[in-house]
Ligand binder design. Structure first.
Ligand code: ATP
Ligand code: MG
Ligand code: ZN
Length: 511
């Protein structure tokens, strides 16, 4: 290890003797100042690709992360490993705490934030004045392509942020980016010449099984019976908040003794963090959740990931399945399908973006404002109310109108080319909806596939896959009665609610 300084740093700071596939070459590339697009499987240590450089580079590393829970989790794990100069800037900080962080911003080597935060003028000013950014990381970079076009349009403004920060080296990371998404990422951040380090994304210790059932009742019965014979740390994905709650209740009754909780985006942020932490600490066995839970979550011993409902695309499915078996042990993905299940994501896709009629209504509304020489209301809620559209739909439209020269901030451009804007926005909506429908079809085809589930799952991403270390899939060799699980989760004593929260926050981002 003597003359291998990178290995030495890895061991000294993180306790690992060697790099995992891809890590070292990505780190070397970054230290040489090259932009990198890194695609590595879920759970293989993508975070290390920027955590280690942050210790070696002069200046600061900025990490753009899509979810607060993800940032909090990462900062907590880093602090446990002894890295103190790390902070996550998000809505959990009080204005005073935020100010304190800003005052000492150059103290931090690693700063996590959301893409929305980078549109905050005070934050950007602070960065520009006080910090020299040596590396700019976009973690879960597929979000640029998956969410950027619709409801998190700030993901499409990262190229401008990069300019403002003096064009630092960029690292974009993802586990689930097929070629068209990789290209979209590079196009959107305007770094066409990134060095690509792309590895096969299949996980050889996860076995796949799909069960066709008649409906939700049968799904819950089946889940309960699987959990009785295999009481392992489990995540169960549902398409609706109501179902997570209902299923958590029913499974608690049916399994007597398993600690089941639910998690969804409608819960208070603090409750969500609490549940996440309890699950991470093995104080909960089963989480019934929506897609709000999961991305990037790094709990090593999740053995079973169940999809009671399918998501709307293979990438999301792989992200969610990727929570399983991060310690390398045999784990299982169980997916349920009942007739009509494709309808839920289909309707979701259709409702996510505004209809042509809504675009036309919105244009009339804007023309009205322009004719009366007014500005757009300060509160977007007012616009949403007038147009009877959702927040996501307005965010999408606002970005599109801005892009098509119809609005500038709160000003509506009277002489805008309204007809052209209308047609281009409607065409774009059609294109995005088509892309999404195709992605859904891909997943539905997989659910109905008669062939090896592993082969057909990964085929759109790569030409081959590794030999599985244990079971492959139910078409090849897997069935639940063959799967032996030794462990029952550790039963750590449950602390009181307040104490738990205190613990979460003490280890949290700002002290
Ligand atoms: N070289 C290494 N040797 C052993 N363990 C490692 C190494 N590098 C990282 N790890 C560990 O691997 C685990 C997973 O890492 P990480 O969360 O970065 O995965 P990821 O690739 O970002 O996954 P996801 O796609 O789900 O976000 C962590 O617990 C991390 O400490
Ligand atoms: Mg990650
Ligand atoms: Zn198989």
């Amino acid at each position: 290890m003597q003359d291998r300084p990178l290995e030495k740093t890895l061991y000294k700071h993180f306790g690992y003797e060697q790099f995992r596939e891809g890590q070292k070459e990505i780190i070397e590339e970054l230290l040489n100042g090259n932009d990198v697009l890194g695609i590595l499987p879920t759970g293989t240590g993508k975070s290390m690709c920027y955590q280690l450089p942050s210790l070696l580079l002069e200046g600061t590393v900025i990490v753009v992360s899509p979810l607060i829970s993800l940032m909090v989790d990462q900062v907590k794990q880093l602090k446990q490993q002894g890295m103190k100069r790390v902070v996550a800037i998000n809505s959990f900080l009080t204005p005073m705490q935020k100010q304190q962080v800003y005052d000492h911003i150059n103290h931090y080597k690693l700063i996590y934030c959301s893409p929305e935060m980078l549109q905050n003028a005070q934050f950007m000013q602070t960065l520009k004045e006080k910090v020299s950014v040596s590396l700019f990381v976009v973690d879960e970079a597929h979000c640029i392509s998956q969410w950027g076009h619709e409801f998190r349009t700030d993901y499409l403004k990262l190229d401008d942020t990069l300019k403002q920060l003096n064009n630092p080296t960029v690292l974009a990371l993802s586990a689930t980016a097929p070629v068209h998404v990789q290209n979209d990422i590079m196009r959107q951040i305007n770094r066409p010449d990134m060095q690509k380090h792309i590895f096969p994304m299949d996980r050889e210790n996860i076995a796949f099984t799909v069960e066709h059932v008649t409906g939700m009742e049968e799904k819950i019965e089946r889940i309960a019976s699987v959990l009785k014979t295999h009481p392992v740390p489990t995540m169960i994905y549902f398409s609706s908040r109501q179902w997570t709650e209902k299923a958590a209740y029913e499974l608690t009754q049916a399994t007597s003794g398993l600690r089941v909780a639910y998690y969804h985006g409608g819960m208070e942020q603090t409750d969500r963090l609490l549940i996440q932490q309890q699950f991470m600490n093995d104080q909960l066995d089963v989480i019934c959740c929506t897609s709000a839970f999961g991305m990037g979550v790094n709990k090593s011993n999740i053995r079973l990931v169940i999809h009671a409902h399918i998501p709307s695309q293979v990438e999301s499915f792989l992200q969610e399945v990727g929570r399983a078996g991060r310690d390398g042990e045999q784990s299982v993905s169980l997916t349920f399908y009942s007739p009509g299940d494709g309808e839920i994501p289909k309707r979701f896709i259709e409702s996510e973006l505004p209809s042509a009629e809504l675009v036309s209504d919105a244009i009339q509304y804007l023309q009205n404002i322009a004719q009366n020489g007014r500005l757009l209301p300060l509160q977007p809620e007012e616009i949403e109310e007038s147009l009877q559209i959702s927040e996501v739909q307005w965010r999408f439209l606002a970005y599109q109108f801005e892009k098509n020269g119809v609005i500038k901030g709160r000003k509506v451009v009277h002489q805008a080319n309204w007809g052209e804007a209308y047609h281009s926005i409607v065409a774009f909506i059609k294109e995005r909806t088509n892309i999404k429908q195709n992605k859904l079809t891909e997943l539905l085809n997989w659910v109905h596939s008669k062939d090896c589930l592993r082969a057909s799952l990964y085929q759109s991403f790569q030409s081959s896959y590794k030999t599985p270390v244990g079971f492959c899939c139910d078409r090849c060799d897997f069935s639940f009665n063959l799967w032996e699980t030794s462990e029952t989760p550790d039963r750590m004593e449950l602390l009181g609610w307040e104490k738990e929260l205190q613990k979460v926050f003490l280890q949290g981002e700002y002290q």
